[in-house]
Design a protein around this ligand. Structure first.
Ligand code: HEB
Ligand code: CA
Length: 348
């Protein structure tokens, strides 16, 4: 049907789009890829841009509103519009850095800050082999006031606290199962501030790949810390150099989520499709979808997945802390060679 597929020519003379409102995004995309993401890499700037999407979007609370308090605006850009307030909230530690790096891009393009944050996250993820193509919308309304403190989950929160918070933010949509889907993001992630003696400690052995190693490695019995012990929100990991968040550990073992967690192991399609679905909804929390234009076509199709799901060298099924009672842990090959050790993700 020609009417459905008709495209508009963009004023840049190079691109076409299904909606003229998407034309401005091509230049933003190209600028981000060249000048923030090092020519299209899945490195720290991409990881931090993804984390920022969550910390902006999740700060919305119908429960607070019901008590007559301002509950935050969700994906409204508030974290970058009021950075001196929100990046000082404890769970937002470290995000001042990516907010500062993104600032000149926001200034030289014409997007709302809210649109920019979610768009940068989607472009950053598109550089990670095996990732889904994430949604991109334009038309969000920017915040006029900062979100209140206390709405972003912490790694030392219990599963109950985290499940309650995500359900509140999404009016019940993000249940424990969808919380697992959201946590797929930790496949391209590292921590700088949980243990400041070892910045850049990744959550899985492949922080540059959107794969399911995160779901494998968080199920392994913890035996060591990448740096010092005794940090709030951290538990032992199974691999040298890897950092395990207490929240990832407990949600991986909680009876409500253990089988869902395990179901991601060696299921690349699931790791793509479920995250694509939840990011779409996360990225528009607090906004009216009917006021937005879908420009997802501007997001590059990510490179194909790389590698085979495996146990890190030196570890086997015997090291799995089986938490799902219903189905056995998938059988996986063990990497050859001496025990795996993961290098830190280089800082921006
Ligand atoms: Fe996340 C990172 C927590 C969810 C994305 N985390 C991170 C960290 C922490 C966290 C603590 C580290 C920081 C530093 O630097 O130190 N998370 C968390 C929690 C939760 C979460 C508690 C709930 C459960 N995330 C999430 C989501 C997302 C994310 C949903 C998306 C969407 N993260 C992320 C990323 C990262 C992180 C991407 C990385 C960053 C870098 O690398 O830098
Ligand atoms: Ca990974």
């Amino acid at each position: 049907n020609a009417a459905l597929t008709r495209r508009v020519a963009c004023p840049d003379g190079k691109n076409t789009a299904t909606n003229a409102a998407c034309c401005q995004l091509f230049a933003v995309r190209d600028d981000l890829q060249e000048n923030l993401f090092h020519g299209g890499q899945c490195t720290a700037e991409a990881h931090e841009s993804l984390r920022l999407t969550f910390h902006d979007a999740i700060a919305i609370s119908p429960a607070l509103e019901a008590q007559g308090q301002f509950g935050g605006g969700g994906a409204d850009g508030s974290i970058a519009i009021f950075p001196e307030i929100e990046t000082n909230f404890h769970p937002n530690i470290g995000l001042d850095e990516i907010v500062e790096l993104q600032k000149p891009f926001v200034q030289r393009h014409n997007l709302s800050v809210a649109d920019f944050i979610q768009f940068a996250g989607a472009i950053g993820v598109s550089n990670c082999p095996g990732a889904p193509q994430l949604a991109a919308f334009v038309g969000r309304k920017d915040a006029t006031q900062p979100a209140p403190d206390g709405l972003v989950p912490e790694p030392f929160h219990t599963p109950d606290q985290i499940f309650d918070r995500l359900a509140d933010a999404s009016q019940g949509e993000f249940d424990p199962i969808l919380t697992v889907w959201l946590l797929t993001a930790h496949t391209v992630a590292a921590a700088n501030d949980v243990d400041p003696t070892v910045p850049g400690s990744p959550f899985d052995s492949t922080p540059g790949l959107w794969d399911t190693q995160f779901f494998v490695e968080t199920q392994l019995r913890g035996t060591m810390f990448p740096g010092t012990g005794g940090n709030q929100g951290e538990v032992e990991s199974a691999i040298k150099g890897e950092l395990r968040l207490q929240s990832d550990h407990t949600i991986a073992r909680d009876s409500r989520t253990a089988c869902e967690w395990q179901s991601f192991v060696n299921n690349q399609t699931k790791a793509q499709q479920m995250f694509q679905f939840v990011f779409h909804d996360l990225s528009i929390l607090g906004q009216d979808i009917n006021q937005l234009v879908d420009c997802s076509e501007v997001v590059p199709v990510p490179p194909p997945p790389q590698g085979v799901t495996h146990f890190p060298a030196g570890l086997t099924i015997a090291d799995v802390e089986q938490a799902c009672a219903e189905t056995p842990f998938p059988s996986l090959p063990t990497d050859p060679g001496p025990a795996t050790s993961v290098a830190p993700v280089p800082l921006p």
